[in-house]
Design a protein around this ligand. Structure first.
Ligand code: SF4
Ligand code: SF4
Length: 760
């Protein structure tokens, strides 16, 4: 497009057009008039943060860049600390007006950026399907299907068993779901299945599983098969590597195993094959549920599960209870004394059974009540290390405490043994402070809820990055990709997890979760149909554009994409599936040839912003101020900087901030160019990674750290201190830590002195 530029400052120095309140009615009219009368189509608006008033400053057909003078200049760099020149100082060319310099730099950076960006065009799919596939016909899947069907979407449920209902149909009673949260209720699943029958837009496939999902959101091709069958369209991936150690016998981590796995998939075109008879869907809700954790084996030998058939899991106990009165499996006698063991009791306070949590705690309370319901003289003993009863379920816990015949105590169970007529349970460190021995007819162990995705791909994706969600060692088999900010969203766009595949949850919670996932699936369909991104960059029309003539087929982009958006074509060149893409820019950061760009965010636009930063030199100043570049992730870190400004906190005026989509999108060329240009230090500010990860694009900040380590090595080889480039992590609510974090870095650079390349 032929650009006509306009620069507008909310109130300023008169060099360009100014207005006292651009976001007000008159201000917006003024801008619209500029567009209509002057033909301006590329606007730089220097005012408040782009995080506010974004809808006010949106003009169809125009490129708009927002220069953040309010939060990042004026509010965070007060004139009391950085005074403006006095009358006498006005003509002194060596006077340093830090705030003015900062504002000028930001305006220049905005102008440099708009020169290098274009208006994005939406990506439209040729074959769009508005149908939703629900995998799993338990309470979550049935609820999700009903919610989507209610608002008019066509839904298919696929269920591996012969009937709908899942675990929810195998229980005697459910936990309380309403005030006063004290009484058990009959299972709701039968009613839900009846309700589902009333929707003609829901179809059900029982006795079937997903053999393959190929394609992308809005245009998935799904092949079904019978469980256990081998068919032509099974996803043809090599089995994950058996090898778990390297040549030195050192155990490989999840990332290293994944690398081997990707290597095995290189150039395999059968990955992309489409089933001509497959069915079309636009989005998938994954409600595959859970299985009870295995608690047999040496580790649990002291609990007697391998010794006596009267030691059962909570799941087995529920099956017994659902059939009628509780009786002992060994001889069919009434089980009037039952011990519920909530943790293996190894003397470690935090030693729960795997995958245990609030649900297993609540289930023990529920099942303890069954015993007293069945027998007037029934007795239940619950030994726990952690009793978790969140929210109003606390009322249920209290009501159980008051129930005659139920005895609860914290304690370590050290042994379960057979006696003449049953079992004996010994527990230590109880609340009574003494060792306890209890005679029991049955013992129930709290087996946790293992998500179905822990050891089965379930979705069987025909993607270059593999059939399953990538296990990066953080999710424990759960399929959620960012449980803090984006529940339901998996690592694969268009597939939304609900219920126990996301975390262990009660039936009530699963039903609520199903509604959330159904809404996300609908959002996906509608956004995809409009040609815009779903999340977290909701509404973004850009997607990566590759200049393939210079592609070396190194496959870094394909392998580093956190969302499996890239496959390979027949020649081994990356092949983008645009609607799988979440527009994070990780591929752009990864590409050594710098040939991946977005219309409004690209190597050149950020590179030009860096070049627009003025680098004061000794020719102009006796002691030129340092210049520090901050590449700041716009998900948490940039808002945290804005909040810092809103709270009138302060940081060094030597810093120039450039927002980036994710630290994973930072290409090392920006760092190299910035240092070559004479900037004294560079820091990256992004989301936390590791166990407590908060990165909105899963691995972005981690990848950035790896790349920065490599940069550090390169700097050392140039005799530049590696400390000049650093990376910091921040959560959105840690804005108050930023001044110290930034100023300490600036001080460190001051200690190192100016960049020796300055002026060369
Ligand atoms: S922008 Fe992100 S999601 Fe899209 S292809 Fe690149 S790395 Fe993958
Ligand atoms: S990272 Fe760049 S050069 Fe390598 S395969 Fe991808 S597009 Fe090609």
């Amino acid at each position: 497009m032929d650009k006509k530029y306009g620069v507008y400052i909310c109130t300023g120095c008169g060099i360009v057009k100014t207005h006292p309140c651009l976001c007000g009615k008159e201000g917006v009219e003024f801008l619209k008039k500029e567009i209509a009368d002057e033909g301006v189509n590329t606007l730089v608006i220097a005012a408040c943060s782009r995080r506010v008033n974004f809808d006010v400053f949106r003009f169809d057909g125009c490129i708009v860049d927002r220069v953040n003078l309010r939060e990042q200049v004026v509010w965070s760099h007060p004139r009391t600390k950085y005074p403006a020149p006095t009358e006498e100082q006005k003509d002194d060319e060596t006077f340093i007006d830090h705030v003015q310099m900062m504002a000028e730099d930001y305006v220049k950076m905005g102008m440099a950026k708009v020169e290098k960006i274009d208006l994005p065009e939406p990506y439209q799919l040729e074959n769009f399907s508005r149908k939703i596939l629900v995998i799993g016909g338990g309470i979550t899947g049935v609820s999700a299907a009903i919610e989507a069907a209610k608002v008019g979407y066509e839904v298919t449920i696929v269920e591996k068993e012969g009937t709908l209902g899942g675990y929810a149909s195998k229980i005697r009673k459910q936990m309380p779901v309403e005030d006063p949260y004290e009484n058990l209720i009959s299972p709701v699943i039968d009613g839900k299945i009846k309700e589902l029958d009333a929707y003609p837009n829901i179809s059900v496939k029982t006795g079937a599983v997903v053999a393959r999902i190929a394609g992308q959101p809005g245009d998935f091709t799904v092949t079904f098969k019978k469980p256990g069958d081998k068919i032509e369209f099974d996803v043809p991936f090599p089995v994950p590597p058996e090898k778990k150690v390297d040549e030195n016998g050192k155990e490989l981590d999840a990332d290293q195993i994944y690398e081997i796995y990707l290597e095995m998939n290189k150039g395999r075109q059968d990955i992309l094959a489409l089933d001509p008879n497959g069915e079309s869907f636009g989005a998938v809700i994954l409600a595959a549920g859970w299985r009870p954790a295995d608690i047999t084996g040496e580790e649990y030998a002291h609990l007697g599960i391998d010794e006596s058939s009267d030691v059962v899991t909570n799941h087995q106990f529920e099956e017994i209870a659902a059939k009628g009165k509780i009786i002992r499996p060994s001889d069919g006698k009434e089980a009037k004394s039952v011990v519920f063991i909530q943790s293996p009791g190894k003397g470690e306070d935090d030693a729960d059974f795997d995958y245990c949590g609030a649900v297993t705690s609540l289930v023990s309370l529920k099942q303890a009540k069954y015993v007293c319901e069945d027998y007037d003289d029934g007795k239940s003993y619950i030994f726990y290390q952690h009793m978790r009863t969140p929210g109003l379920q606390e009322n249920f816990y209290k009501s159980i405490q008051q129930t005659d015949g139920i005895f609860l105590t914290k304690g370590e169970v050290c042994n379960v043994s057979k006696s003449d007529d049953g079992l004996v349970v010994e527990a230590d460190n109880t609340l009574l402070g003494e060792k306890i021995k209890v005679k029991a007819d049955m013992v129930v162990l709290a087996a946790g809820m293992v998500p179905a995705t822990a050891d089965d791909p379930v979705v069987n994706l025909a993607y270059r990055q593999g059939p399953a969600f990538r296990d990066i060692g953080l999710f424990n088999g759960y399929s959620d990709s960012n449980f803090i900010c984006f529940p339901y969203e998996t690592q694969r766009t268009g597939i939304y997890a609900a219920g126990a595949v996301r975390r262990s949850m009660t039936i009530e919670e699963s039903m609520e979760d199903a509604t959330g996932a159904a809404l996300k699936a609908i959002q996906c369909l509608e956004s995809t149909n409009r040609g815009v991104s779903v999340h977290p960059r909701s509404g973004d029309m850009t997607f990566p554009d590759f200049f393939f003539q210079r592609c070396t087929q190194c496959k870094r982009c394909t392998e580093e994409c956190p969302f499996g958006a890239l496959d390979d074509d027949e020649k081994g060149t990356p092949k983008l599936n645009p609607t799988r893409c979440r527009r994070c820019g990780t591929c752009m950061g990864a590409c050594p040839e710098r040939i991946i760009n977005f219309a409004d965010y690209n190597i050149d636009s950020i590179g030009s912003m860096v070049k627009a930063i003025g680098v004061p030199s000794e020719d102009d100043y006796d002691e030129p101020p340092l210049r520090i570049l901050a590449l700041v992730c716009e998900n948490d870190a940039y808002p945290a900087l804005d909040i810092l400004g809103m709270n009138r906190l302060q940081y060094s005026a030597n810093v120039r901030v450039i927002p980036v989509r994710c630290l994973g999108s930072v290409n090392v060329i920006w760092i190299k160019d910035a240092l070559a240009q004479g900037l004294d230090g560079i820091f990256l500010l992004g989301c936390k990674h590791g166990d407590d990860y908060q990165c909105h694009f899963i691995k972005g900040s981690e990848l950035a750290e790896i790349r920065m380590q490599k940069i550090g090595d390169a700097l050392s080889s140039l005799a530049l201190e590696s400390e000049r480039v650093q990376m910091f992590e921040v959560a959105i609510d840690e804005y108050d830590k930023l001044p110290n974090m930034i100023d300490s870095f600036v001080e460190e650079i001051e200690g190192l002195g100016p960049n020796p390349f300055k002026g060369f």
